[in-house]
Design a protein around this ligand. Structure first.
Ligand code: MSP
Length: 533
């Protein structure tokens, strides 16, 4: 049954389905935070959103991780999966579907899809020889290996030689079709640097890739020959499709694709770009299905220049970070400080400085001092000023009026850092405006109207900033909105997108005299010192 009104704009987006070889780390959280911000923003725009996340549970990597602990793979996965679910909850991730590749309904989807590709004549048996990185679950070209036959991504791991009979997918057949597709859809792969990487990879000539494994039983059997196990990536990418099924729908491709397909955005890290931008569209072409709209490959979070990861063991514990600083702080830092698409190093001193400067000082203090002045000079009421009475050259109005549109464009381009910088400009201009206008002096001079005009402009700017920041720091934004007298909680997305739609709330000048202001309370406490670990 189709529950979505087709006239309503829908937006489906995915995080990768995470390997469950270990509990999640900050790198896995990074993509998910970004996806949640996009989902929240799309909901504010009034779109019907489906945010898909989940876990990728088959393959050798997981089987080995389970074996090391002496556990059966399914039991092992069942124990790891809750750590993803609870981290998403701690981070305030509002996902709609959690897709597990070991789900029964997933197998039905994989089988049906395999059948379509089989009928296209794109699967054949052949001999696979090559170097395999179990951590990547990918064959590597000999020339990309590091000395000692180490994987370039999992630099401490040696690749393994494989020489076996596998089923292959005829990727080479799609070379020209893929190239045409990239030309006709220049926005399909983003950012531009990643697109270029893919174009150059494809132009070197595509080779068929194996989609089955022998001597591995942790996965789905190949439908046409159960002695072989389906390659984990063939099954994992289809996890996105299974996730589209309504909970009680029969697991058929037709049901899965009915409402939300094609997916609007796949958010991934740069290491899995080829799978999403080359293999996946070719598989879909073979199955004669429409292709996703956009794949965005972000950079790596690094520590001392190396990709943080479970395999290298140089990760940051996201739970400890959230417990220490709160989820908004963590979300804010990673989205504002690292250009999405580029690598970024984590440094705790920098982390604290950014939070103190932006959230405690610039934003939090601004609200606090303004509300206190409103209490003192305006009997605690929003000044009664018509928006039109504020001249166009008022610096805050000048920055505030076009800001909603600018920030919208930044969110749509996934330029989260630019969205934050643009909002911060208004916040900083507001602080400067108060200092220059000195309402305390105007008050002493009994220039009440001027006092009110200044305070109105600042309060309204804080409101607008809080609104535009809400996809990133929903708790702080909700607190600010509460103190400004709006009974809106941005964590209740269904309600807030109706009560505070982008069309009205993203515009400077909304605040009205009728708002009953709340009690001023710090929205973000300054972090004093870096405690020793
Ligand atoms: N299971 C596959 C994805 C299948 S999608 C159908 C996988 N899983 S993973 O757990 O290894 O990685 C998931 C995502 O986390 C990838 O997009 C990867 O780029 C991202 N990250 C893992 N470590 C990371 C960093 N240190 N920094 C940023 N992102 C990182 O690949």
């Amino acid at each position: 049954m189709n529950l979505v009104d087709k006239t309503e704009k829908t937006f489906a987006l995915t995080t990768p389905l995470y390997y469950v070889n270990d509990v999640p780390h900050i790198g896995s959280a990074y993509t998910t935070m970004a996806a949640d911000v996009v989902a929240r923003f799309q909901r504010l725009l009034g779109h019907r959103v489906l945010l898909i996340t989940g876990t990728d549970e088959h393959g050798q990597k997981i089987q080995r991780a389970a074996a090391t602990l002496g556990k059966a793979p399914q039991e092992f996965c069942d124990q790891i999966v809750p750590s993803f679910v609870s981290l998403w909850e701690l981070l305030g991730i509002e996902y709609d579907r959690f897709s597990r590749t070991t789900a029964n309904r997933h197998e039905a989807i994989v089988k049906e899809f395999f059948q379509r590709v089989w009928e296209s004549g794109d699967i054949y048996q052949g001999q696979q020889q090559g170097w395999y990185c179990v951590s990547c679950e990918e064959f590597k070209d000999e020339r990309e290996l590091l000395p000692g036959k180490h994987c370039p991504i999992h630099t401490t791991k040696e690749v393994e030689w494989r020489d076996e009979q596998n089923y292959f997918f005829r990727l080479s057949k799609y070379q020209a079709k893929l190239e045409e597709f990239y030309q006709s859809r220049p926005d399909f792969i983003q950012p531009a640097s990643r697109r270029n990487e893919v174009l150059s990879f494809v132009s070197q000539g595509l080779q068929d890739f194996s989609i089955s494994r022998v001597n591995l039983d942790w996965g789905f059997p190949v439908p046409v020959n159960p002695k072989h196990t389906l390659y984990v990536w063939f099954d994992a990418l289809l996890g996105y499709v299974t996730a589209l099924l309504e909970p009680d729908a029969e697991p058929t491709l037709a049901n899965a694709l009915e409402t939300w397909w094609p997916i609007n955005l796949h958010l991934i890290g740069k290491d899995i770009l080829r799978f999403h931008a080359v293999y996946w569209p070719a598989m879909l072409m073979s199955a004669d299905l429409p292709l996703p709209e956009r794949v965005f490959g972000h950079g790596f979070l690094t520590k001392d220049g190396q990709k943080m990861g479970k395999t290298l063991g140089n990760t940051l514990d996201p739970i400890a970070l959230i417990q220490r600083y709160g989820s908004d702080a963590v979300r804010y830092y990673f989205l504002k400080e690292i250009e999405f698409g580029k690598d970024g190093d984590f440094n705790e001193v920098r982390f604290i400085n950014v939070l103190n400067a932006d959230l405690a000082n610039d934003l939090g203090n601004l609200l606090n001092r303004t509300l206190n002045m409103v209490k003192k000079y305006c009997a605690g009421n929003v000044p009664l000023i018509a928006n039109e009475a504020i001249p166009a050259e008022n610096p805050l109005k000048r920055i505030g009026l076009p800001l909603g549109e600018q920030v919208k464009q930044a969110y749509e381009a996934l330029a989260f850092n630019q969205a934050c910088e643009a909002i911060l400009l208004l916040v900083q201009a507001s602080n400067k405006f108060i200092d220059e206008q000195a309402p305390w002096t105007l008050y002493k001079q009994e220039k009440q109207q001027e006092v009110e005009a200044v305070l109105y402009a600042v309060l309204e700017s804080v409101r607008l900033a809080a609104y535009l920041f809400s996809p990133i720091i929903p708790n702080i934004s909700s607190d600010i909105y509460q103190q400004l007298g709006f009974g809106i909680n941005f964590n209740n997305q269904t309600e807030s997108s109706i009560a505070a739609p982008f069309a009205t709330h993203a515009t400077w000048g909304l605040l009205s005299h009728k708002q009953q202001l709340g009690t001023p309370q710090p929205v973000f406490k300054r972090i004093e010192t870096l405690k020793n670990d």
